[in-house]
Design a protein around this ligand. Sequence first.
Ligand SMILES: Cc1ncc(COP(=O)(O)O)c(C=O)c1O
Length: 405
Amino acid sequence: MRLDWERAIAAAQQAQAASDEPLCAFIYDLPELARHAAHVREGLPGQCDFYYAIKANSDVPLLQTLAPIVDGFEASSGGEIAWLRQHFPQVPVIFSGPGKLDSELALAVRHGATVHVESLHELERLALLARAGGRPAQVLLRVNPPLAELATSTLVMGGKPTQFGIAIEHLPACLERLRQEPALALRGFHFHLLSHQLDADKHLQLLAAYLRQAREWCAQYGLRIEHINVGGGIGVNYREPQRQFDWPRFSAGLAGLLAQEARAQGAAATPRLRFELGRFVSAFCGYYATEVLDIKQAGERVFAIVRGGTHHFRTPYAQGHSHPFRVVPVAGWRHPYARPEAVQQPVTVAGQLCTPKDVLASDVMLERLRVGDLLLFPYAGAYAWHISHHDFLRHPHPRHIYLQP
Ligand SMILES: Cc1ncc(COP(=O)(O)O)c(C=O)c1O
């Protein structure tokens, strides 16, 4: 999770100098992505698979960087499956998400993707398609059990009635259907019950609950499974960046948990754990770099208007936080009047959109900020450009700069 500020700042300065227009760019530090992903991989015990959820950022240079490090990619739409197959014909793919179309299920079957089934109706449609394709489909049932261990998180996808997964009362019918259907091969269970988990111990408790729950179902229904997909959901601390998820602590605890499970079940009967992480993998490698266009005093407040905004970098609005950033002072002023500035004042950073919601950071105390300076927002490699409403107001898209080794 080291941020190589110097490399990012140098890239932003270079891009600014090379353009006639004020700067607006995403900068992705690919060597840093590879280093961090390898660190995540090394922390996973041998009985674990590491998938990357491409919804967090599906840019090809990032995927190419990750492909040699991960076991495969998680897709959540036919579009993502097609994108993956276009660029990575051989990499294992798993397919999640509610509301899958027949065409998407057929694509998944055709490409040998494991399907995380979300309902009995989806299971029926998958069975028809697999039979028609003459190729059995690999299935994990995404289940949404009520678990006491569900720690509070800003985004909870399960543990209570939601649109995600199979509600616990419908699990027996799905298992019965699978038992009768040779075109469907049940490989295990899938859980993705929360996002933004920042506490390693709470996440371990949740995983222990998944293992216990899967063990109980296997005993109750006479099943033998190969995988438990424990989803993604490890968070990035945007509010207190110095307090990130403690990966070494988590991986030590996970090794202990799996050793305990192997003692209880026997090593051969213990299913593999599959992680499909998005945010925690790619967030740290990305920066949103933008240039200050204007600085305005309005009553007690000071606003810096920057190039771009939430239509490029929606993360702070989506998560409801004030995003951390660094000021990169830029020398030189080519106008005949005084350079607008804010000195030792709290500054709110807003974008170019015609909405008061277009705010990236609020009331941040700054030593000095001037028009023409650059701001660099870190942790912008996940759920940033890819979740933003790019074409609102038809501003040009930012540059995408991929720093190579
Ligand atoms: C089913 C599923 N798996 C994995 C992920 C990735 O989660 P994260 O980026 O929080 O790790 C998501 C995100 O919403 C998801 O819905």
